[in-house]
Design a protein around this ligand. Structure first.
Ligand code: BDR
Ligand code: CA
Length: 308
């Protein structure tokens, strides 16, 4: 079967970096688009370019929105450090972005190819802007597979996950848009896919520039989770959205109606899933509830090690 065509919209970010490596192994990545999120846009774009250069990936990187639609920009230095990719020694980046028009790239790419998946793993600003500017692209998509939200506790507030909280208005547009297929990998799912000392050791044993870089990323990322939450393993959020396209057989999904709270004092950015038995709300989303974590972890480690 042909590899799925995707646009990876990201804000690298440790787990975004792994998502790039995984996607490049298993998908036809037509473009990487970047957005303000874990770090300011200039850094997330540099980080995407860094990962492509390090791994020798010939994928164009287009910079996108430098701020959310309506709320002020917020970043996640506690999880990802000031650069967004703290941990490993930072190599010099020689590549440049293909454009500063991620939204135009998304629109033109979807118009030019059948059955493209959008895989957003950061705030949904670029995707919402593309849907607003070019509503015709929605029906052309194979689907949207996003990392965001939570059916249960959040991470940035008690009720909200970072990507949705960071641009709740964009998220509301994406969930409400009626895209043929939206798959949601929220925190309830991504916390089932955790990397820890075993995966880090496997990458160090394998050696090589990419595996060593990712092992260093894991160590920084794990130290943060250990310090903040007392966890010995840390969730690989963003690769879940890639795997939901390439290996949906590893997941259990349930169709739900999901809406986003944009204004709540306590609940801004909450993804409200209608889980009432017998509800008459039409589903707009396949919510991922569980996955085969061992198989998913093996795919992640294999993908990183495949770069030699
Ligand atoms: C999400 O927020 C970011 O910190 C991660 O890259 C992931 O996309 C998890 O809440
Ligand atoms: Ca991310």
């Amino acid at each position: 079967m042909a590899a799925p065509k995707i646009i990876l919209d990201c804000d690298p970010g440790h787990d975004d970096a792994v998502a790039i490596l995984l996607a490049a192994q298993h998908c036809d990545v037509l473009a990487i688009t970047t957005v303000s999120g874990n770090a300011p846009l200039t850094l997330t774009t540099q980080n995407a370019l860094l990962m492509c250069e390090l791994a020798g990936l010939d994928i164009p990187v287009h910079a996108g929105a430098d701020r959310p639609l309506l709320v002020p920009a917020a970043h996640a230095p506690r999880a990802h450090g000031a650069t967004g990719l703290d941990g490993p020694p930072r190599p010099e980046v020689h590549r440049s972005e293909a454009s500063n028009d991620a939204v135009g790239c998304i629109i033109e790419t979807v118009r030019g190819h059948d059955d493209v998946w959008l895989v957003p793993v950061g705030p949904l600003t670029n995707i919402a802007l593309a849907f607003r500017q070019a509503p015709d692209i929605v029906e052309r998509l194979a689907g949207v597979s996003l990392m965001g939200g939570a059916i249960g506790p959040g991470n940035v507030t008690p009720t909200a996950e970072f990507n949705i909280w960071a641009d709740p208005h964009a998220a509301q547009i994406v969930f409400a848009t009626g895209a043929p297929l939206v798959r949601m990998a929220g925190l309830n799912l991504t916390h089932q896919l955790c990397v820890g000392p075993t995966e880090t050791a496997a990458l160090r044993t394998h050696g090589g520039a990419v595996s060593t870089f990712v092992a260093d990323l894991f160590e920084f990322y794990l130290a943060g989770y250990r310090e903040r939450a007392g966890l010995e393993a840390a969730p690989m959020h963003d690769p879940c959205a890639v795997l939901a396209v390439t290996r949906p057989d590893l997941f259990a999904f349930t169709a739900r109606h999901v809406d986003v709270e944009t204004d709540g004092t306590l609940t801004r950015g909450m993804t409200v899933a209608d889980e009432r038995p017998g509800t008459d709300a039409s589903p707009n989303c396949e919510v991922a509830y569980s996955l085969d974590a061992d198989a998913a972890l093996a795919l992640i480690v294999d993908a990183v090690c495949s770069y030699g």
